[in-house]
Design a protein around this ligand. Sequence first.
Ligand SMILES: NC(=O)c1ccc[n+]([C@@H]2O[C@H](COP(=O)([O-])OP(=O)(O)OC[C@H]3O[C@@H](n4cnc5c(N)ncnc54)[C@H](O)[C@@H]3O)[C@@H](O)[C@H]2O)c1
Ligand SMILES: [Zn+2]
Length: 350
Amino acid sequence: MSGYASYIHFTQQVKQDLQEALQTADYSALFVLVDDHTRQHCLPVIAAALPAGYQLITIRPGEEHKNPDTCRHIWTALTEAQADRQALLLNLGGGVIGDMGGFCARTYKRGIAFWNIPTTLLAQVDASVGGKLGVDLAGYKNQIGIFSEPDRVIIDPVFFKTLPHDELLSGFAEMLKHGLIADADHYRELTGIDIKQADWLSLIPRSVKIKQDIVAKDPTERGLRKLLNFGHTIGHAIESYLLLQQRPVKHGFAVAAGMVCETFLSYQKGLLPEADMLNICDYLLAMFPPLAIDNSALAAIADLARQDKKNTSTTIQAVLLQAPGQAVIDKAITAADIRQALAFYQEKIK
Ligand SMILES: NC(=O)c1ccc[n+]([C@@H]2O[C@H](COP(=O)([O-])OP(=O)(O)OC[C@H]3O[C@@H](n4cnc5c(N)ncnc54)[C@H](O)[C@@H]3O)[C@@H](O)[C@H]2O)c1
Ligand SMILES: [Zn+2]
């Protein structure tokens, strides 16, 4: 498909396409990285395309295993199998597998090739694009990592057949974000679909393109790439707070709540007309589960937003909307603004 980075490929026949790609690729040994879930649900989809003698590396599923201990397990498996610099690692899974597998590949013997076959909506529209690889450390997300693009990405919605609904919805939040920051038509198109029976192959490429275009202009996040943080300044703080409360929520659900809050602030700061603000907020509130937060916690969440690594110590920089499909970076907001936005959100979900 033209207009996309050449290493990304959209298809409805992942098995055949993978088989063809492997036949023409030059590698000494093939390793496939899966977690327990993708081993059970996704490996059978592509198994017939894999050459005899490929080696499977299995890790336990979930963010809690995205850490240096699991990297050690992956590097050790490669070492014990005597993988050389021409080995190829195929990451089959969600964002955890892609981020960590990519990081392990690029650091094993100073870098071997890796391909991604993302199996969650979030990984297809977000994590597989943009070159951020890494793992968590000591409670901090993506604390250790590098920028490096995969050598190939094959995207096929077939994997959503086994994906839990909440995972699908979580990825959908990032698609809505792409529409809201850069493409009003994409946003409108998304708000018109029923996600239980969406034609994903007609929607995902456009979302990927939005992220790619932004990343291409600012690969290492010095400026424009910050647009992708829309909904994340407050959303990430909500996610961290609920995790500390032992009420973990899907990332996309927290981002959706964050987008409601940041859309409200866009209106409060005089950037976004009230009617647009209400339309966007009402849609997001109807689509995503409500995240109830005690009034007493609002200050703590505002403080978490302030501590986020993407902010300097005194001011909080947020991405705000000027219209659906148009956003601005580096808008200063205060802790009081965040408390007010969270109070608006809490009022709305009552
Ligand atoms: N690199 C980036 O730019 C970027 C962007 C966004 C998110 N991320 C990272 O991505 C991660 C989140 O990704 P995720 O939401 O895909 O999480 P995930 O990889 O943990 O997958 C979610 C769950 O779904 C299971 N699963 C995956 N595919 C399945 C399928 N087809 N059928 C059934 N079960 C399946 C997984 O085993 C897991 O339990 C986070 O670590 C986040 O930091 C990275
Ligand atoms: Zn996100």
